[in-house]
Design a protein around this ligand. Structure first.
Ligand code: PLP
Length: 406
């Protein structure tokens, strides 16, 4: 008899996006004349940069002829892209990352979800609250938790982010082995300073733990005093793996390309305390279970680092940040406390009421869809997340409607 992985039974069904969809459909049925504006799901809305489209087309043309056709590529990614990433995102910014340490993949979702697989099931995992749910659910699937009670899984260490700590979780007082951090943060939009991040790196070095640092929104950082990579912190190469993605940087959510940096110095330990290279382990896992990203997509991603690509990405990010600034300004004028939206596409708003109640209010009175904070964890209760991924006209219209209905 085929048996299931019982850990899947522990998963709390995520009703968040299906609940949102249900409420939006019901609203649209009741108000067919109204154009509902969606500022909920964090998907981009603008086209790929022209430089990427050109490179994509040219690479597809190469596939059309036997002489320039590409079959399976190297699992870790083509050298041309790994080198462009190492140079463009790290070396030119003063970070020591080699092309060999870059693993190209089809998404930061898969990588941030899969990375835990190379570690023991006995480890203690620390996860922020509120959080991008992938980190939690993949550890539940792997069997690292007990049952969920009141929205929290037994066995996980929750790193609470709230107003009292400016949405930067404190270092845990108990021992932990694997730590997930995400900055600029989804869902709060919070950013971390070098000094605060250094505390985490120092903690990981002292305790031989490992940080999985999700920097999927790094391109939104405009302020030079905020780190764009954890490798800007001294010692991070020994204790941190970094996830990055072209999804939000260059509109690749539907095209799929991302990468993970695993420095050669990162170590994890056997039962007897012997150090093992995390790079070697991940390389083994990646080459066994993944067969690379398609050649045309990697060429399109490479174009992000061309002079033309860089200028177009800059314009794309500025466009969304301009939306974010507008949302933030209007929400603040309405008397709500919020964070994010300056070096991040997300604005995290204290609704001063139940987060689903606030969601319904915005939908029913303004025809605007946001995301209720409670869907991201216990600490999200009372908050909503508004995303800047839409056209400026829609954002302006949405904020006018919200202003007139609150
Ligand atoms: N990490 C965070 C924090 C995200 O918010 C998202 C997407 O919303 C991802 C990773 C997924 O990125 P990708 O499209 O590369 O899978």
């Amino acid at each position: 008899m085929i048996k299931i992985n019982e850990n899947f039974n522990k998963l709390q069904a995520s009703y968040l996006f299906s609940d949102i969809a249900k409420r939006v459909t019901a609203h649209q049925k009741a108000h067919p004349e109204q154009n509902v504006i969606k500022l909920g799901i964090g998907d981009v809305t603008r086209a790929l940069p022209d430089a990427c489209v050109k490179a994509f087309h040219a690479a597809v043309d190469e596939m059309a002829s036997d002489a320039s056709f590409h079959g399976y590529g190297p699992e870790q990614g083509y050298d041309f892209l790994r080198e462009a990433i190492a140079k463009g995102d790290y070396q030119t910014r003063g970070c020591n990352v080699e092309a060999e340490e870059v693993f190209v993949s089809d998404g930061a979702k898969c990588d941030s979800g899969n990375f835990q697989e190379i570690f023991s099931n006995d480890i203690t995992v620390a996860i922020p609250d509120p959080v991008y749910p992938v980190y939690v659910d993949t550890n539940v699937m792997a069997g690292r938790t007990g049952e969920a009670e009141n929205g929290r899984y037994e066995g996980l260490v929750y790193l609470e982010a709230n107003k009292d700590n400016d949405f930067i979780p404190a270092i845990p007082s108990e021992p932990v082995d694997l730590i997930y951090l995400c900055f600029p943060n989804n869902p709060t939009g919070a950013t971390i300073t070098h000094a605060e991040l250094k505390k985490w790196v120092d903690f990981a070095r002292e305790t031989k733990s490992l940080i999985l640092y999700d920097a999927a929104y790094e391109a939104f950082v405009q302020d030079d005093s905020i780190p764009r990579s954890i490798y800007e912190i001294e010692g991070a190469r020994e204790v941190a793996v970094e996830f990055k993605s072209f999804s939000k940087t260059a509109g690749f959510t539907g095209t799929r390309c991302a990468y993970t940096v695993v420095p050669k110095e990162c170590m994890a330990y056997t039962e007897s305390g012997e150090a093992v290279s995390v790079h070697t382990l991940w390389n083994r896992r990646h080459t066994t279970k993944f067969n690379s990203v398609s050649y045309p997509v990697q060429r399109a991603a490479e174009a992000v680092y061309s002079e033309e690509g860089k200028a177009q990405v800059k314009e794309l990010i500025s466009y969304y940040l301009n939306n974010a600034a507008y949302i933030r300004e209007k929400i603040t004028e309405l008397g709500f406390d919020c964070i994010g939206g300056d070096n991040s596409p997300y604005i995290w708003i204290d609704g001063k009421m139940d987060s689903w109640e606030f969601f319904d209010l915005l939908l029913n009175k303004a025809g605007v869809v946001c995301t209720p904070g409670a869907g991201f964890g216990k600490c999200g209760e009372g908050y909503i997340r508004i995303s800047a991924f839409n056209s400026f006209d829609n954002v302006k219209e949405a904020m006018n409607r919200i202003s007139n209905s609150i």
